[in-house]
Design a protein around this ligand. Structure first.
Ligand code: AOS
Ligand code: ZN
Ligand code: ZN
Ligand code: ZN
Length: 420
């Protein structure tokens, strides 16, 4: 923290000039800064090692090899940006054998446990039944039962860590026409999810993630927001839809989906990432920052309409990972992109937009949105970090202090992140 202080001192004069300029021009600047301070984004444990979840992995030096080290990585991110105070675990990639010590380690750094993720898309060594033809949808009750029990086990791990959300993503579907009966697959999935739902503690949520295709390429049983929403509404008021930005067909209007799910009180959370083609899981904001802004625009508008707390009522998580960047630098970029889109959305003049819409003034409406999108909000983010004890420029300090080198000295060059 002495180093953060020194880093901030060296950049302070420049920052103050840029922040003052914005403050003079944006009446809501102070309000936006406080909202940014409150906003936290959960880091997925599987993104802390290089390599994504598909094809080869090209690991870098000093990557975390244990759950403890993953938590320390998130703690490091959080120290730098003060916006990464949560981690999302994937079971069994992460097995919290000693939940109490894991929990106190996380507590020590102000990290909470966001949604826990189950995994029935891979067979684990020694497992009795195979998920080759699906899990919760499977034609064989014994396979479904194994998958249900796994999910209940994940809830138990989550309870021990103080999480209150289960995310279920299913690879279930079919690769060829005729392979399965759509209705039976859906009903099996529903019945299985009902058994898992029945095991949720009272204050828990279940997030049902959908995905258009991959690994199945003819049908996916929870393939879009309609199917997820159908399941979530049949399950009950603890079940919600989770939107992963990469899980749509090209050019899908994701912001419209977000708006309607929010309207129905059925939006549970996000997996943020970016993509050019499919579920690319690229750094948030690297390809379509305007889409990200438009999504946040709907979020802010819809959450305000429902009087929801922006920071607390949805699960904000990243789901991105790939081979060519330092994972920690990549995550700093992703968190920054999310907060930037959020700040821009907070800037939108809602009153004027409403009037422009009522008057069918299309040009004005577009100008209002683009005016917000084209405002450089980076000084607002920097000010939020400064006030909460973080670094003015997290990526800069990460490089200046050669933090990856320190991690490599501590952990070694070849550390295999557990799991994948
Ligand atoms: C898979 O495509 C989904 O995005 C899931 O959220 C999955 O659990 C995560 O990406 C880890 O593989
Ligand atoms: Zn996802
Ligand atoms: Zn994705
Ligand atoms: Zn995905």
């Amino acid at each position: 923290s002495g180093s953060i202080q020194a880093h901030n001192d060296s950049l302070l004069k420049d920052h103050v000039r840029r922040f003052d300029f914005l403050r003079e021009n944006i009446p809501a600047a102070e309000d936006i800064v406080s909202k940014l301070i409150a906003f936290q984004v959960a880091i997925p444990s599987w993104a802390l090692g290089t390599g994504g979840t598909r094809f080869g992995r090209f690991s870098g030096p000093g990557e975390p090899g244990t759950l403890e080290e993953k938590i320390l990585d998130v703690a490091l991110l959080h120290q730098l940006n003060r916006s990464s105070g949560a981690i999302s675990l994937h079971i069994p990639w992460d097995i919290p054998d000693h939940p109490d010590s894991i929990r106190s380690l996380a507590d020590k750094y102000g990290i909470r446990f966001d949604a826990v993720n189950s995994n029935t898309f891979q067979d684990q060594p020694g497992q009795a039944q195979s998920y080759k033809f699906g899990s919760l949808q499977h034609v064989d009750k014994a396979v479904r039962k194994q998958a249900i029990e796994h999910n209940i086990e994940v809830i138990r791990h989550g309870v021990a860590l103080g999480s209150n959300t289960l995310t279920v993503w299913l690879a279930d579907g079919s690769c060829f026409p005729g392979q399965l009966n759509f209705r039976r697959a859906f009903l099996n999935t529903l019945e299985s999810l009902q058994e898992i739902y029945a095991a949720l503690p009272a204050d828990w949520k279940m997030l049902v993630e959908y995905k258009a295709y991959e690994p199945n390429f003819y049908s996916t049983t929870v393939g879009d927001w309609g199917q997820s929403h159908l399941l979530a509404s049949k399950l009950g008021n603890k079940a919600y839809t989770l939107v992963d930005l990469g899980h749509h067909h090209p050019n899908t209007n994701i912001e419209q989906i977000v708006s309607l799910l929010l309207m129905e009180g059925k939006l549970g959370g996000f997996h943020f990432n970016d993509s050019k083609y499919g579920d690319d899981d690229l750094t948030v904001g690297s390809i379509k920052p305007y889409q990200l802004f438009l999504i946040f625009n709907e979020l802010v508008e819809g959450m305000d309409a429902r009087k929801m707390d922006h920071a607390l009522e949805l699960a904000w998580m990243i789901d991105a990972s790939h081979n060519v960047k330092d994972p920690l630098e990549d995550l700093l970029q992703s968190v920054e992109a999310i907060l930037l889109a959020y700040a821009q959305a907070l800037l939108v003049d809602r009153q004027s937009l409403y009037h422009a819409q009522q008057e069918n003034d299309v040009v004005k409406a577009q100008e209002i949105l683009q005016d917000a999108f084209r405002t450089d909000c980076r000084p607002l983010l920097a000010e939020a970090r400064l006030r909460s004890g973080g670094a003015l420029h997290p990526l800069g300090i990460f490089r200046d202090m050669q933090l990856r080198r320190t991690l490599t000295e501590q952990r070694g060059i070849h550390t295999v992140a557990t799991g994948l």
